[in-house]
Ligand binder design. Structure first.
Ligand SMILES: *Cc1c(COP(=O)(O)O)cnc(C)c1O
Length: 717
């Protein structure tokens, strides 16, 4: 595994732009003034890959996140629909003036026609895509979470088949008056079968299937290239034939589009390269905006009397619409970015950017590798490892996580006060005199031995507890050998035991001896559990693994896994190997600012203790972060670097309490206010949390949990 690296879907992101251009082609017919058949081939066959490609992408990214937990799936679906729904609504509003101008509200407008358009046709010709993808994702999700993958595929393929007969193969349907009448009645509900019911689902499901298959085997590119060329050719021939025999009612759906899309999508996955989320947005905006550009250019042509050149010359028209669409889209993107405050607070001194989508991604990745009935217990102690305790817990609540672990009662109380729902297990020891608070805030307390259990019980306050067994960690918990004492801990009337757990001490190591030690710990735990059961005691929910426990001992079957560090997208140490491959993305980036730039002459020294002396005339930047913010004082002594303007530069001298100094001798243009990155990426360079922890001679867990209070957390969704 390579923690910190994102899966690379640069190929998909780039092809989105090509797909957007193909959609513009469909709506402008670039070759029409040259040759009608050439234009048909381009826009009614080849370009028909564009929209299915978008469906496949959606399926690829959405369906792979689904699991077996229905309520979680439902909440993800809701999230998706909300996101797309908002866009759809905005697009409808954007095109209202065009609708008005085109007489949409006067020519046969009824409530029924409006509902039809909203659900299927779109209120303008290209907007069918939004209800299409929403409906398609609903149907696919419904089937995908109930049927086997292949059965889901067959069902959606059947839907596609029905759609075909109302689209390119309508001529066949018409041969039977009976079948034709069925289609006629369908067409009172929607204008085309190219919609969210018949067209979208099969591609969405294919995307989901591709995502699931990808993890298994390494593949060669050649068969996919051949497949694509072959089926692409068939697709074109199919389209031309149907057109020649005038069987088509519409020309979106073809038989060969299915295999063609399969091979195309596989090919694009071979196309590596950095993810380009901006291209994703851009293609979407172009999709939404290009009909507006068509209207604008026609308007300009009319006013200037240049219709012959600007509209009737189809190539010129297409080119103009494309360029204008992209220019407008980029402008819109910039404006939105500006108002969203995409740039961080310009006055910030030292801050941590928290990327919530990465947290969500990590949760899904971990859930993907957990056994079916194992639930994530999110460990959010120490302010969620420096990410902000309640903010992270509340976000996880939204993702359907409702088991949490904290270290102290006060951490638990803070979560409750901020409205975090679900079970909150206090892993550490709580003075028994605070038992009323445990009860009042509905916390679950870890019981560490029989003596403690007895004391807690003595207060006559009912609380929920988990029993902790020490199987070799040598820390909290009743020793696994003291079976009588352990059994006693389940007998107290005021302690409602909800779980039993232990903690592994070397689950992160793949050394033979360590594996043996871990297996021994697990065996001891099992023995305790069996003995309890023999005595007729129900140990309730069981949990053993933390992050490394899951990554290295994924085959274990317990009720919860207590996940800390992996949630935040990190491993503890750089270069750690683990057995289960998961794609983790660091949630946190750590940044500060250049507050002064100055020259140093040869021999001048820098900072406390004159720990650094310039060997030549140099330039330095003073940066507004120090050890009180969590950057260890000794950091510079290990040759640590940070990023300024996308370049790695060494930290020099001792790190001070509030500032540190960076050598920028060979750099031009560094100014006050420039952002300095300690964890995270800046242009092409990237410092992983594992790398910085390594420089600090510690593990990422310590590094992030010690970030100072002054480091402001900026949440990005
Ligand atoms: C901190 C802690 C965890 C989480 O460990 P990670 O390695 O960060 O996943 C789990 N269990 C206990 C008892 C802990 O103290």
């Amino acid at each position: 595994m390579n923690a910190g690296s994102e899966k690379q879907y640069g190929g998909l992101d780039r092809f989105r732009i090509m797909a957007a251009i193909l959609v513009i082609a469909i709506h402008t017919s670039p070759l029409l003034s040259i040759n009608e058949w050439a234009d048909f081939t381009l826009t009614r066959t080849i370009a028909r890959v564009a929209v299915p490609f978008f469906f496949l992408c959606t399926g690829f990214f959405f369906l792979q996140k689904l699991g077996t937990d229905r309520s979680r799936n439902a909440s993800m679906l809701k999230q998706f629909l909300w996101k797309v729904g908002k866009l759809y609504l905005l697009s409808i509003l954007l095109y209202l003036p065009v609708n008005v101008y085109a007489g949409y509200f006067t020519d046969g407008f009824t409530v029924f026609s409006a509902v039809k358009d909203l659900l299927f046709n779109g209120t303008l010709y290209h907007l069918w895509y939004f209800p299409g993808i929403m409906l398609g994702v609903c149907i696919s999700t419904f089937l995908y979470t109930r049927l086997s993958t292949w059965n889901t595929f067959w069902v959606t393929l059947l839907l596609y088949g029905i759609g075909l007969l109302g689209d390119s193969y309508y001529g066949l349907a018409q041969m039977s008056p009976y079948v034709d009448s069925i289609y006629q009645s369908m067409f009172t509900l929607f204008d085309y079968t190219r919609n969210g019911i018949f067209f979208a689902p099969v591609f969405i499901v294919m995307g989901g299937m591709t995502a699931n298959n990808r993890r298994r085997k390494k593949k060669k590119i050649t068969p996919y290239a051949i497949g694509f060329v072959l089926f692409g050719t068939m697709l074109v021939m199919e389209g031309l034939l149907l057109h020649a025999y005038q069987l088509q009612r519409h020309d979106s759906m073809y038989i060969f589009l299915i295999p063609c899309m399969y091979f195309l999508f596989q090919l694009l996955l071979f196309w590596k390269g950095k993810n380009r989320p901006a291209l994703r947005k851009l293609s979407l905006y172009v999709y939404v905006i290009h009909p507006l550009c068509i209207v604008l250019i026609r308007g300009v042509a009319k006013v200037t009397g240049l219709t012959g050149l600007l509209v009737e010359n189809s190539l010129v028209h297409f080119t103009l619409v494309t360029v204008l669409s992209f220019v407008l889209s980029v402008i819109v993107m910039k404006v939105i970015q500006h108002f969203r405050g995409g740039k961080p607070d310009q006055t910030g001194r030292a801050w941590a950017d928290i990327h919530l989508p990465h947290l969500q991604h990590n949760v899904r990745e971990i859930q993907r590798v957990l056994p079916k009935d194992c639930t994530v217990m999110a460990v959010v102690k120490a302010q969620a490892y420096g990410h902000g305790g309640w903010q992270i817990a509340r976000f996880l609540n939204k993702l359907g996580i409702d088991h949490f672990a904290v270290a102290t009662i006060d951490e638990g109380i803070e979560l409750r006060k901020k409205g975090v729902k679900g079970e909150i297990l206090v892993l550490g020891y709580t003075d028994e005199r605070r038992i009323r608070q445990i009860a009042r805030f509905k916390l679950t307390q870890t019981v560490v031995d029989d003596e403690y259990a007895k004391k807690l019980n003595g207060y006559n306050v009912k609380i929920a507890v988990h029993i902790k067994i020490d199987t070799g960690m040598g820390r909290l918990g009743e020793s696994w050998e003291r079976t009588e004492k352990i059994a006693d801990m389940y007998q107290y009337k005021n302690l409602q035991v909800c779980g039993t757990f232990t903690h592994l001490s070397v689950a992160d190591s793949l050394e033979a001896l360590d594996i043996e030690y871990t297996k021994n710990q697990i065996a001891r735990f099992q023995k305790v559990i069996e003995q309890l059961k023999e005595k007729g005691i129900d140990p309730q929910k069981l949990h053993v693994q933390s992050s490394y426990g899951v990554l290295n001992y994924g085959e274990l079957q317990y009720d919860y896994a207590r996940i800390g560090i992996a949630l935040y997208g990190m491993l503890s140490k750089q270069g750690d190997k683990v057995k289960t491959s998961v794609d983790l993305r660091p949630v946190l980036s750590l940044k500060a600012r250049v507050v002064q730039v100055k020259q140093l002459e040869t021999g001048a020294s820098v900072g406390y203790g004159r720990a650094y002396t310039a060997q030549k005339d140099s330039k330095i930047a003073i940066v507004s972060i120090g050890y009180a913010d969590g950057v260890p004082r000794m950091l510079s002594q290990s040759g640590a670097t940070c990023l300024i303007k996308g370049k790695r530069r060494p930290i020099i001298g001792f790190v001070c309490m509030d500032q540190l100094i960076v050598d920028i001798t060979d750099m031009e243009g560094v100014q006050k206010g420039d952002v300095v990155t300690f964890i995270g990426s800046d242009q092409e360079e990237d410092i992983t949390p594992e790398e910085m922890a390594h420089q600090c001679k510690t593990i990422t867990n310590e590094l992030v949990s010690r970030l100072g209070e002054r480091v402001k957390k900026v949440y990005h969704d």
